[in-house]
Ligand binder design. Structure first.
Ligand code: ADP
Ligand code: MG
Length: 473
């Protein structure tokens, strides 16, 4: 059943997400309705717990009804301090002082947490590899129109380039969400690999995750060498690359590649000049090759993308048919992006399959209604910040709200206050109230202190950036 659960997660979440967070998730055992899963690092544990616990439980239940609870542990560390439902903690390489610290619930500062087993699993290579390419996202399946013709042509040329040196280095594609950047990047990756070139494709998350792990396990050098030894580096969503030390590494990496004549391709939601977080020199380097924007899909292109999707779906589901009227309606109504067009096709298919009837204008309208109106960005709650930070530092949320002043609790509390200030619109007094009735000067002190520490301690800076990303995601 476990193999099926993993397969379902892969299918449901997509290759990218699966590879980043679930590839190394393992089942340790099942007892009393609780499935105990393990991952190699604490970072993965807290990411999965804060983002995907319900999803994993749901998927598990679908395969094995009796499962009512999921627990995620870190391999090689002792079992959690709460009553362990399953087995005895394994005595392993990590049953040393660090493991005992974990077991008593003392938070270990993130950068310092590296049990021997974490070392090994990180070195084993998972973190050093790129994100897999999606087989569907090829040049062949990419529909060319006015808004993306230049980007497509540049991508093809870069992918098929033979011989010394690189063309337009870097090739920098930018566009709003769902306009085909990732599709083109995967297309480049496939074509270049077919031509025998060594390619690594990385999302920003994956790049950051790789570096955070490499820094933790002191294998940063190996990671860098690995990245610099390839022919083509493709980096997706570079606007998300955050954290001072990681940004510096990012700069070094692209400089080293470009200087040695290797091709770099980058995509972002904004032009290089607007990557405010990045160092001026890195920005100008990114803008020093060819910068191409993909603009909003015009109606003709939307109709073509939609017809292509419909044709692909029809090939797999011969009974499925959509009248030209409905197709036109959908292509007109969904102006935002290609992702929503694809979502719309899936909705129509689900509708047709479930009801066994043809798709009428009326059913189409209701099926895609929520795709038509704009979705709002996610609002972050102080409670969620407290929960995530608590789990990240192995304390409870009530510890954070309590009067306790031990360093083990003060640091996560201050980080949580800092994140509340920068991620929500709440005032300092309001934040103080939500942190067990503290004074606004206490909050201000915490915010200043963390700001200062981030400036001085790059590893802490990266850690806080990752927490931010986890909350914003
Ligand atoms: P981005 O990375 O710019 O946010 P994606 O590349 O993920 O966008 O595109 C979103 C979806 O729309 C994908 O399923 C993609 O295949 C599809 N899509 C976007 N543009 C095109 C296009 N020109 N031809 C075919 N499919 C497209
Ligand atoms: Mg993308």
């Amino acid at each position: 059943a476990w193999a099926r659960v993993k397969r379902r997660l892969r299918a449901e979440l997509g290759e990218d997400v699966f590879a980043s967070w679930f590839a190394r998730l393992e089942l340790e055992g099942v007892a009393g309705g609780t499935a105990r899963l393990t991952v190699p690092t604490r970072f993965l544990k807290s990411w999965i717990e804060s983002h995907y616990l319900d999803r994993v439980l749901g998927t598990f239940k679908a395969e094995a009804e009796e499962i009512a609870r999921i627990e995620v542990g870190v391999r090689g560390t002792a079992a959690p301090a709460r009553p362990a439902a399953i087995g005895a903690p394994k005595a392993g390489p990590a049953s040393g002082p660090l493991a005992r610290l974990h077991a008593t619930g003392t938070p270990a500062p993130v950068a310092a947490v590296a049990t021997p087993s974490e070392h090994r699993s990180a070195d084993a290579g998972g973190d050093l590899s790129g994100t897999p390419l999606d087989a569907r996202l090829t040049f062949a399946s990419f529909v060319i129109g006015r808004s993306n013709a230049l980007a497509h042509a540049a991508a093809e040329r870069v992918a098929r380039h033979q011989g010394e040196g690189a063309l337009y280095n870097p090739l920098y594609l930018h566009a709003g969400v769902g306009l085909g950047k990732t599709h083109l990047l995967h297309g480049i990756g496939h074509a270049a690999r077919e031509a025998g070139r060594r390619v690594i494709y990385l999302t920003a998350d994956r790049f950051m995750y790789g570096f955070v792990n490499a820094l933790k396990t002191q294998s940063a050098l190996a990671y860098k060498e690995r990245l610099r030894g390839i022919d083509l580096l493709i980096l997706d969503d570079v606007q998300f690359i955050q954290g001072k030390s990681i940004q510096a590494e990012f700069g070094h990496t692209i400089n080293a590649l470009i200087d040695s004549g290797r091709q770099v391709v980058v995509a972002s939601d904004r032009p290089p000049t607007e990557l405010e977080a990045l160092d001026e020199r890195v920005r100008s380097r990114l803008g020093g090759g060819l910068v191409v924007e993909i603009t909003a899909l015009d109606e003709a292109l939307r109709v073509s993308i939609l017809s292509a999707r419909l044709a692909a779906v029809r090939a797999a589901h011969p009974g499925f048919d959509v009248s030209p009227q409905v197709a036109t309606y959908v292509a007109r109504a969904i102006t935002a992006n290609g992702r929503d067009l694809e979502g719309a096709v899936n909705r129509l298919l689900a509708h047709a399959t479930l009801t066994g009837t043809a798709v009428t204008m009326e059913t189409a309208e209701s099926a895609i209604r929520d795709l038509v109106k704009n979705r709002e960005p996610k609002r972050i709650k102080i409670e969620d910040i407290q929960k995530l930070v608590a789990s990240r530092y192995n304390v409870s949320r009530s510890d954070i709200l309590s009067e306790r002043r031990t360093a083990a609790v003060v640091k996560p509390r201050q980080i949580a206050m800092y994140l509340s200030k920068v991620l929500t619109l709440r005032s300092l007094p309001e934040i103080g109230r939500r942190f067990g009735g503290r004074d606004h000067t206490t909050v201000l002190h915490a915010v200043r202190k963390i700001e200062k520490q981030i400036g001085e301690d790059a590893v802490l800076g990266d850690e806080v950036e990752l927490l931010k990303r986890m909350l914003q995601d």
